[in-house]
Design a protein around this ligand. Structure first.
Ligand code: GLU
Length: 481
């Protein structure tokens, strides 16, 4: 069987992480079986169109390496791949269903429907369209159509029995038919609804496996009734559990963890995101954690998709990101970290290469880099208590002695590089008879003003330069005395 999957986003302007995962799984399944991954833009809700939104989709998928075999920009045998450009194609299918009795014209106005809905709610019932227009005579329908009375086309859902199907993740799903409403297929503006267009397009595009969010689980029986009405083969269904922040909470825009761009802006690597996202809701069946996209293609199996919601654990993602950053080729790291250095440092003053070497295995996410290196250009106001450290055998008194020892050494150094700084200071320490830590601790604190730093006292002195290092050490001596 030639596997054909599709990703069918509505262009909202953002790519939700759950959407990226759906696209990823659909891509993996198609590639695993040497099939095609198709991109289809579902923009039939013209009221919700957002400018530039399709570009966001293209760009995100491309960055993620989820290259489509057929789609709006590259075409293919089943185009066009944008639903609004397929508009003309849906009405004849709906008319075919009207002829066969599976659908009917409905002329009820919004006001009439609102009234009936309110009445139903007052009776404590959930409103379901009451098939009012199904009972219009053929002459009445023809007359209204000739008079251009606005209409929609509704599905004529059965009211007895039940409709069942098999989902590859959720198993057998059954819905009593009396819960199905006569959903609109063609809207008053002539556009198909999602409910109709997804069936027509999945069929015409030869989709064999429909992968989408589990919010569609309960609508799928209605879609299957349409497939049956047309006499078309029903695709395999793979509904995916929601991606959640924790057991109670969805990812949310407000918390800044809903969209792909939220994570990229914070300095996560796409490869780390994709790797982690694959594991949110899918289990490779062994304890492997690191996968390239190609390795995911090999390992992917629908049987490994969990029914339980996928918990998107940002802490775990940070760890993946940290591991991916550590393994970046140095030059790649340098080019990625440079703009983050630039936010707080003057590139003319600092040796970015050396700083990047010190930072690469201390970077979890790039957006935290500026805070970690800011001390180089801005000596923070800090509490002298930082000089006191029991383990390093450093007290306020020993710190003062140590800094007084170091200051003339640094002043007299002819060559300002890490090795000479190291050698000169270590010699002086040896001669003084003090412990290394007793001197190096206050030296690093004086230079940086903070507990945790990339690199030790020598590296920081080198990065700061002689003048700034002496300024900070002298100011610290002053404070301590
Ligand atoms: N356009 C729908 C959405 O964005 C797609 C659902 C589907 O894949 O069928 O939710």
């Amino acid at each position: 069987m030639n596997v054909r999957t599709r990703f069918a986003p509505s262009p909202t302007g953002f790519m939700h992480m759950g959407g990226v995962r759906t696209a990823l799984y659909a891509y993996l399944l198609a590639k695993k079986y040497g099939g095609q991954f198709i991109l289809r833009i579902e923009d039939t809700d013209q009221g919700r169109l957002v400018e530039g939104a399709t570009e966001v989709i293209y760009q995100t998928l491309k960055e993620c390496g989820l290259n489509w075999d057929e789609g709006p920009d590259i075409g293919g045998p089943c185009g066009p791949y944008i639903q609004s450009e397929r508009k003309q194609l849906y009405l004849p299918y709906a008319q075919q269903l009207v002829k066969s009795g599976h659908a009917y014209y409905c002329f009820c106005t919004k006001e009439e429907l609102d009234e009936r809905r309110a009445a139903a709610e007052a009776r404590g019932e959930t409103f379901k369209y009451d098939k009012h227009c199904l009972h219009l005579s053929q002459e009445e329908v023809d007359r209204r159509l000739a008079d251009h009375v606005p209409y929609v086309i509704r599905m004529n859902a059965p009211t007895e029995g039940e409709t069942s199907y098999h989902d590859l993740v959720f198993g057998d799903i059954s819905m009593p038919n009396d819960t199905l409403d006569d959903m609109v297929l063609i809207k008053a503006d002539g556009m198909p609804t999602y409910n109709f267009a997804n069936v027509i397009d999945d069929h015409l595009m030869g989709i064999t496996h429909v992968m989408r969010g589990m919010e569609y689980l309960s609508s799928t029986p209605k879609y299957n009734l349409l497939y049956q009405a047309f006499g078309w083969e029903i695709p395999q269904y793979i509904h995916l559990p929601t991606v959640m922040r924790d057991a109670q909470h969805k990812l949310s825009k407000r918390d800044g963890d809903a969209y792909y761009s939220d994570f990229i802006d914070k300095g996560y690597l796409t490869e780390a995101l994709i790797n982690y996202l694959a594991l949110v809701g899918w289990n490779p069946g062994d304890d492997r954690e690191f996968f390239t996209l190609d390795e995911l293609v090999d390992a992917f199996d629908v049987k490994g998709i969990n029914r339980a919601p996928g918990i998107f654990d940002v802490e775990k993602l940070r760890w993946f990101n940290f591991e991916y950053i550590r393994k970046l080729p140095f030059e790649t790291y340098l080019s990625k970290v440079t703009p983050w250095f630039d936010q707080v440092l003057d590139p003319a003053r600092f040796d970015y290469r050396r700083l990047a070497e010190l930072m690469q295995d201390r970077t979890e996410i790039f957006s935290e880099v500026p805070d970690k290196v800011r001390f180089l250009s801005q000596w923070p106001a800090f509490d002298s208590a930082l000089f006191v450290n029991k383990k390093q055998k450093s007290t306020l008194e020993s710190a003062l002695v140590s800094l007084r020892l170091v200051e003339p050494i640094l002043e007299g150094l002819s060559d300002w590089a890490e090795q000479p700084i190291h050698d000169a200071v270590m010699n002086a320490i040896a001669e003084s008879g003090m412990k290394n830590a007793t001197v190096l601790w206050p030296m690093r604190i004086a230079l940086s003003g903070q507990l945790a730093t990339p690199g030790g006292a020598f590296e920081i002195a080198y990065l700061l330069g002689r003048e700034e290092s002496l300024r900070r050490i002298r100011a610290s001596i002053e404070t301590l005395s």
